[in-house]
Structures are given as structure tokens and as C-alpha cells.
Design a protein around this ligand. Structure first.
Ligand code: ADP
Length: 265
């Protein structure tokens, strides 16, 4: 009888694990279905809009002013589709190809200079002050991917701030480089904080779309940093601002401390 009890216990244990596996598979299936649903929803609207504007342009004799407006709206929707597809391709690549991360040693200060050139005009147009405060730091990471991480974070900080400052700060912290993007914008309500890294999750979808957001930016940031063995952190207070930060390994240099002078020897 004891043997049967043992057998029953192991069978019960196996059944429990099996149930857990099935639940996990069902959960993954649900996430996948939701993702496909979201993609088709996001794609449909701009495609229908482009159809609408092109049809109007082709069939009606519109005043020049209106033609111009329709053409511009059509183009804006195409631009939206283009951004959406680049983001989707990025996510797929990161998910299915392990060789996507190619670490090299590079100077973070250089990189932030490049990003600033691209984003300064956007901050200026919104009357925001965009400042950089950084130590000269060499890190070992995939430069293009880290460019994308920083671009997405700073772009969001600008998009979700109506006034104040956006600061990008880089400091050596123990044996790592710590990178922070801090804004004094609208902030993120606490109950949304752990969901903003999900694909297509937005606190305010209308605002995000107005800013040209796809809802994929932070999902990409998280995936890129995880592929580097790093993590993205966030702190935020609604109405006061948000701080995102992450760490990267310092480059192996002559002095081993990531400082520019050592890196050049
Ligand atoms: P989106 O394309 O909508 O910006 P993201 O994945 O980049 O998508 O961000 C997800 C959501 O997180 C945004 O829609 C916004 O609600 C919120 N968010 C991201 N960054 C910030 C920020 N710096 N301040 C306030 N809210 C933010």
C-alpha cells in the first residue's frame, strides 16, 4: 500500500507540473494573440487613412490648399506606418536572432553628442531645456543599440513633458557606467509603472499617438538592455517627472576604469 501511495504522490506531482506547463503555454498563446491583435489594430488605422486621403485626392477637384493638406496628412500616416514597421522589425530581430548584440568599446560622450544633434531641435521646439552632464566614459556595449535605447528614452522624456528640463546624466558607479534620463514632465501614475515596458502599453494612447509614438519604444529599450545582461529601472511621480536609469560595463582599457585617457593609451 505504501508503494501505491508513493506512486499516487508522484503521479499527482507530475499532474501538477503538467497543469502548470499548460497554463504557461496558454498564457504565451494569449500574449501572442494579443500582440497580433494589437499589430493589426495599429496598422489598420493609418492604412485606411492613407486610402481615404488618396481617394479624395484622385477623385475630387479640390482647391489647392485642401489638396496640400490631404497630401500632408497621407504622408504623416505613411510615416507612422514606417516607424511602426521599423519598431516591429527591431523587436523581431532582438527576439529571434541571438547575434544581434555586437559589443565594442566606445565613448558614451561621443554617442550622446550624436543623439543631442538629433533631439535638441525637438526639445527646443517644445521650449524644453535638454542638458547633458557626463563624465568621459568608455563602455563595452553594442553602440547602435545603445544609441537606440538613449534615443527612445530622451525622445519620450521630451514627448511627455510640457515644460521644464530633460537631463541626461552619465556617471561612473562602482565598476559600471550609470546612465540616467530624468525629466520634469507629466510623470507616470504608480499603477501603470510595471506595465509601461509591455508592447503597445500606453498610459494615454491618444497623447502617445499625437507624439508619433508606437507604444513599442520601452519594450525595445528593455529587450536591448536585457540582451546586454542589464536592466532598465524607472521611478516616477505623477505630475512631477520621471527618471529612467541603467548600467553598462566599463570598457577594458589600459587602466581598466573606462576613463578616456586610459582608453586612448
Ligand atoms: P510610446 O510610443 O507610446 O511613447 P513607449 O513604449 O516608449 O511608447 O512608452 C510607453 C508609455 O509609457 C507611453 O505611452 C507613456 O504613457 C509612458 N511614458 C514613457 N516615457 C515616459 C516619460 N518620460 N514620462 C511620462 N510617461 C512616459
Amino acid at each position: 500500500a505504501a508503494e501505491f501511495q508513493d506512486l499516487a504522490r508522484s503521479l499527482n506531482h507530475m499532474a501538477g507540473r503538467f497543469r502548470a506547463d499548460i497554463h504557461e503555454l496558454q498564457r504565451m498563446q494569449r500574449v501572442q494573440n494579443e500582440f497580433i491583435g494589437n499589430v493589426s489594430h495599429e496598422v489598420k488605422n493609418p492604412i485606411f487613412a492613407v486610402f481615404g486621403y488618396l481617394e479624395a485626392l484622385a477623385s475630387e477637384s479640390l482647391p489647392a490648399e485642401q489638396r496640400k493638406r490631404y497630401a500632408q496628412k497621407g504622408l504623416a500616416n505613411l510615416q507612422r506606418l514606417n516607424t511602426l514597421f521599423s519598431d516591429l522589425i527591431e523587436i523581431a530581430k532582438l527576439e529571434y536572432r541571438e547575434d544581434q548584440i555586437r559589443p565594442t568599446a566606445f565613448d558614451l560622450q561621443d554617442l550622446i553628442g550624436e543623439i543631442g544633434e538629433m533631439l535638441d531641435p525637438k526639445a527646443e521646439a517644445k521650449g524644453l531645456e535638454l542638458t547633458y552632464d557626463n563624465d568621459a566614459l568608455w563602455v563595452e556595449a553594442d553602440r547602435n543599440r545603445i544609441r537606440q535605447v538613449l534615443t527612445n528614452l530622451i525622445d519620450n522624456a521630451i514627448a511627455y513633458s510640457d515644460e521644464g528640463t530633460v537631463k541626461c546624466r552619465m556617471r561612473r558607479h562602482l565598476d559600471k557606467a550609470r546612465v540616467e534620463v530624468v525629466d520634469t514632465g507629466r510623470g507616470i501614475p504608480e499603477d501603470h509603472l510595471d506595465r509601461i515596458f509591455e508592447r503597445f502599453y500606453r498610459v494615454d494612447a491618444a497623447r502617445s499617438r499625437k507624439e508619433g509614438g508606437t507604444g513599442l519604444g520601452l519594450a525595445i529599450v528593455k529587450q536591448i538592455l536585457e540582451a546586454h545582461g542589464s536592466t532598465i529601472h524607472v521611478e516616477s511621480t505623477k505630475g512631477r517627472g520621471t527618471r529612467f536609469w541603467f548600467e553598462l560595463p566599463l570598457a577594458e582599457t589600459a587602466g581598466g576604469d573606462g576613463a578616456v585617457t586610459q582608453a586612448k593609451t
